[in-house]
Design a protein around this ligand. Structure first.
Ligand SMILES: CC(C)(COP(=O)(O)OP(=O)(O)OC[C@H]1O[C@@H](n2cnc3c(N)ncnc32)[C@H](O)[C@@H]1O)[C@@H](O)C(=O)NCCC(=O)NCCS
Ligand SMILES: Nc1ncnc2c1ncn2[C@@H]1O[C@H](COP(=O)(O)OP(=O)(O)OP(=O)(O)O)[C@@H](O)[C@H]1O
Length: 337
């Protein structure tokens, strides 16, 4: 049975802060978008198509908005959301929102740097420098809590890539090219949690995901998000299902760091089960989701990498792609003929 869009019996009352869900519509799907599953016919838009690119300020606005939407989304298993801190003792919704806002100038500078610099090591190193400045701004506002380190990496690369791309796939490929370039100014000697998990478990982590052109965003989260919307699910259930699908597949170094391979197994199988029960939009899926949240919270397991990749999918879904606009224009012309 499909759940209504309102909160269920086990949910606390929904308080909506700022521009967050539950009711927020996907901005990109307003007007002219082709239906889900339309093949990527790739390449730059043909001459005459609308090619106006979003400004640096508007790209930064979209990145912040995607972070806000991810933060508001509830109930997310193990993650901080509208209901509370999840598996974290130092993070909650107001902190995530403040952190997202603190990153706005960084996203804007990243977009401006990408506008004025051709792709290459120079741009890669500038992005590294800006990313580190952004991390300092984030840590200042959160008093040392890592709210968005992974998200800044993913969204920073994608913000830089959007101006060179006709659609999300091309943007992910450009971002991958940037991620793979060396950053000679990267401080050495600091071993992050992700690095430790990568060495110990032989996984690729946040860097590997970027260098592979964000497969969990392009092939997993975005298609699931759009499929669920097309099937008539609420926006919130569609976003939750996209998150769960990523959780069921990702080698998340946040989870590995806190819970090892057994923790990763709990997260992946738990997410798979919610989807097998029908997803977040059904009564049994919702019950499985609440149960999974309890298990992850008790074990202090937080799928932060999956949350970052959902935010990336929401961002890419918001961008008014010239490739999509051109395709929609061609479809309208074909209908008129
Ligand atoms: C690559 C980054 C994320 C560091 O990663 P690393 O794995 O070494 O460390 P850390 O544990 O601190 O962060 C990893 C974060 O990535 C996310 N994550 C975890 N697993 C995954 C995964 N499989 N896929 C994607 N993201 C993941 C989580 O949020 C996690 O917290 C990044 O902070 C970095 O190197 N930044 C330098 C600045 C830069 O170059 N920025 C460019 C864009 S602005
Ligand atoms: N809603 C969210 N709740 C929790 N984490 C999130 C959320 N959204 C994104 N994340 C990501 O999760 C990461 C934080 O995870 P975590 O706190 O496990 O990292 P850590 O600081 O490396 O580890 P620890 O807290 O165990 O010392 C951030 O980098 C962030 O990008």
């Amino acid at each position: 049975m499909t759940r209504p869009p309102s909160s269920g019996p086990g949910d606390p009352p929904m308080t909506v802060i700022g521009d967050g869900p539950p009711a927020e519509a996907p901005t990109s799907n307003i007007g002219g978008r082709p239906p889900a599953g339309t093949p990527n016919i790739g390449g730059r838009p043909p001459a005459g198509a609308s090619t106006s690119k979003p400004s640096a300020a508007s790209l930064a606005g979209m990145a912040v908005r995607a972070l806000r939407q991810e933060a508001h989304l509830s109930p997310k298993p193990g993650l901080a959301d509208r209901r509370g801190r999840g598996a974290h003792d130092d993070m909650d919704l107001p902190l995530l929102l403040a952190s997202a806002e603190a990153l706005r100038p960084t996203f804007r500078s990243v977009a401006e740097a990408a506008e004025r610099t051709s792709a290459g090591v120079g741009l890669r190193e500038e992005l590294g420098r800006l990313g580190r400045v952004g991390e300092v701004a984030m840590l200042r506002i959160t008093r040392g809590v890592n709210t968005h380190r992974g998200a800044l990496w993913v969204l920073g690369l994608l913000v830089a890539a959007v101006g060179r791309a006709a659609d999300e796939r091309e943007a992910a490929r450009h971002a991958a090219g940037l991620a793979a370039l060396p950053d000679r100014r990267l401080p050495s000697g600091v071993v992050s949690h992700g690095e430790r998990a990568r060495r110990r478990y032989g996984v690729h982590g946040a860097r590997g995901e970027a260098e592979a052109a964000f497969p969990h965003v392009i092939e997993v989260a975005l298609p699931r998000l759009r499929r669920s919307r097309t099937a008539g699910l609420t926006e919130e259930a569609s976003r939750l299902d996209a998150l769960l699908e990523v959780m069921s597949l990702l080698d998340d170094t946040c989870v590995l760091h806190r819970g090892g391979l057994e923790g990763l197994r709990v997260v992946r199988l738990g997410a798979e089960r919610v989807l097998a029960e029908g997803g977040a939009g059904t009564d049994s899926g919702h019950a499985a989701l609440i149960e999974l949240d309890g298990r992850l919270t008790a074990r202090r397991l937080s799928p932060g990498g999956s949350a970052d990749l959902l935010a990336a999918a929401l961002f890419l879904d918001m961008v008014p792609w010239p490739g999509h606009v051109a395709r929609a224009e061609r479809e309208v012309l074909a209908c008129r003929r």
